[in-house]
Write a protein that binds this ligand. Structure first.
Ligand code: HEC
Length: 151
C-alpha cells in the first residue's frame, strides 16, 4: 500500500515535469532554420505522427505532399515536394523548424506554420490563440518524418 502511494506520487511528479518542459509557441527557439530541442523535452511517437500527417483536421500534410508510405490514403496533393526520403535531405532540427514555422524557413511559402500563436492562420474563434498542432503532435510528426529515408 505504501509502495502504491509512492508510485502514484512519482507518476504525478513526472507528468508535471513533462508539462513544465513543453515549449510554448511564442518561446520556440528557431535559429538559422533549426529548432534543436524537442518542444516536449522528449522524442515523439512516429506511429502517432503518421496519423497526424494524414489526418485532414490536424496536419493535413497530404493535401500538399505526396508520400508513398501512405498509399492507402486516396488523395495526395502535389503543391509541396514529395515526402519520400525527406529525412535524407533534412536533419531532425531542420524538420522541427519546418513543421513549427515553415514561414521562417521558406520565405513566402503557402505551407501553414503549425506551431505559432495563430489567430490569423485559422481565423475561426475556436482556434484563436491556439496553434494548429500541439507540441506533442509536432514532435510526433517530426519523429515520423525521420523514418522517411531512402538512402
Ligand atoms: C498548403 C500546402 C502545404 C501543407 C498543408 C503542408 N505543406 Fe509542407 N510544404 C509546402 C510547400 C509548398 C513546400 C516547399 C517550400 C516552399 O514553399 O518553397 C513545403 C515543404 C515542406 C518540407 C520540406 C520538404 C523538402 O524536401 O524540401 C517539409 C519537411 C514539409 N513541407 C513538411 C510538411 C508537414 C509535415 C506538413 C503537415 C504537418 C506539411 N508540410 C503541410 C506546402 C504544404
Amino acid at each position: 500500500m505504501k509502495r502504491a502511494i509512492g508510485l502514484a506520487a512519482i507518476a504525478a511528479l513526472t507528468s508535471s515535469l513533462a508539462l513544465a518542459e513543453t515549449v510554448a509557441p511564442t518561446n520556440v527557439a528557431l535559429v538559422d532554420g533549426v529548432v534543436e530541442v524537442s518542444l516536449t523535452g522528449q522524442l515523439g511517437d512516429p506511429v502517432e505522427g503518421k496519423s497526424v500527417f494524414a489526418n485532414r483536421k490536424q496536419g493535413n500534410c497530404l493535401a500538399c505532399h505526396t508520400n508513398s508510405d501512405l498509399l492507402e490514403e486516396i488523395f495526395h496533393g502535389e503543391v509541396g515536394p514529395p515526402m519520400d526520403g525527406v529525412a535524407d535531405r533534412w536533419s531532425e532540427g531542420e524538420l522541427r523548424a519546418i513543421v513549427t514555422n515553415s514561414k521562417q524557413v521558406f520565405e513566402g511559402t503557402i505551407m501553414p506554420a503549425f506551431y505559432i500563436e495563430s489567430g490569423y492562420e485559422r481565423p475561426l474563434e475556436k482556434f484563436a490563440g491556439k496553434s494548429i498542432l500541439s507540441a506533442q503532435q509536432v514532435e510526433d510528426v517530426v519523429a515520423y518524418l525521420m523514418t522517411l529515408k531512402e538512402e
